[in-house]
Write a protein that binds this ligand. Structure first.
Ligand code: PRP
Ligand code: URA
Length: 208
């Protein structure tokens, strides 16, 4: 299983709060934003830097700045949008694309209903975000679509993954690095992650 598990204590603590059945919509949403920022720190660890001359109050020095064309976040609608706020606080100039997908509840196949990404996506690192990687049907379909649309290097960031999803995603897209806060035990018969945190979209938006 090829995956980066970001097991920082702050992330693990906040994830546990999110798993609690009694956590309110408001708190859940706040936690998603906070965890997204913390995961964002790790997923951007290898961004390239370039040295720039800067004048401090005392002298001139060469100091690092993020280099060139920055990155692009791709949100898998709708739950992926929950992660965007935190990530955009870290990288406010990042471009954002959206891939609208929902899981057919019977077949668990991902059905596309929207696609809009930056025109120069091929020149950017794309970080595809969705809180849950369950069967990975949605993630695989989104990355398939982005590759067809000319995307360049990609990473996939989620909060929680199932081992089945990690395996399927690695097989379909071995070139796309996965990042998550945890890998849970298994999927149930309806494709939900166990023990999981329930339906991420419903918990972020209070729709159930
Ligand atoms: C959820 C989640 C992922 C998908 C993961 O979305 O946000 O996109 O399921 O499951 P998979 O790995 O088995 O494809 P859902 O279809 O519930 O749509 P929503 O984001 O609109 O709630
Ligand atoms: N989508 C979710 O939101 N939760 C799961 O457990 C699986 C898919």
């Amino acid at each position: 299983m090829k995956i980066n598990i970001v097991d920082h204590p702050l992330i693990q603590h906040k994830l546990t709060l999110m798993r609690r059945r009694e956590t309110s919509t408001r708190t859940f949403r706040e936690l998603v934003t906070e965890v997204a920022m913390l995961l964002g720190y790790e997923v951007t660890r290898d961004l390239e830097l370039t040295m720039e001359s800067v004048e401090t109050p005392l002298e001139v020095m060469q100091a690092p700045m993020l280099e060139g064309k920055k990155l692009c976040f791709i949100s898998i609608l709708r739950a992926g949008n929950g992660l965007l706020d935190g990530l955009l606080q870290l990288l406010p100039s990042a471009r954002v694309g959206h891939v609208g997908l929902y899981r057919d509840p019977e077949t668990l196949v991902a059905v596309e209903y929207y696609y809009k990404v930056p025109a120069d996506i091929g020149d950017r690192l794309s970080i595809v975000v969705d809180p849950m990687l369950a069967t990975a049907n949605s993630a695989i379909a989104a990355v398939d679509r982005l590759k067809e649309g000319g995307a360049g290097r990609m990473k996939f960031l989620c909060l929680l993954a199932a081992p089945e999803g990690v395996k399927a995603f690695n097989e379909a897209h071995p070139d796309v690095e996965l990042y998550t806060a945890a890998v849970d035990r298994q999927l149930n018969d309806h494709g939900y992650i166990l023990p999981g945190l329930g339906d991420a979209g419903d918990r972020i938006y209070g729709t159930k």
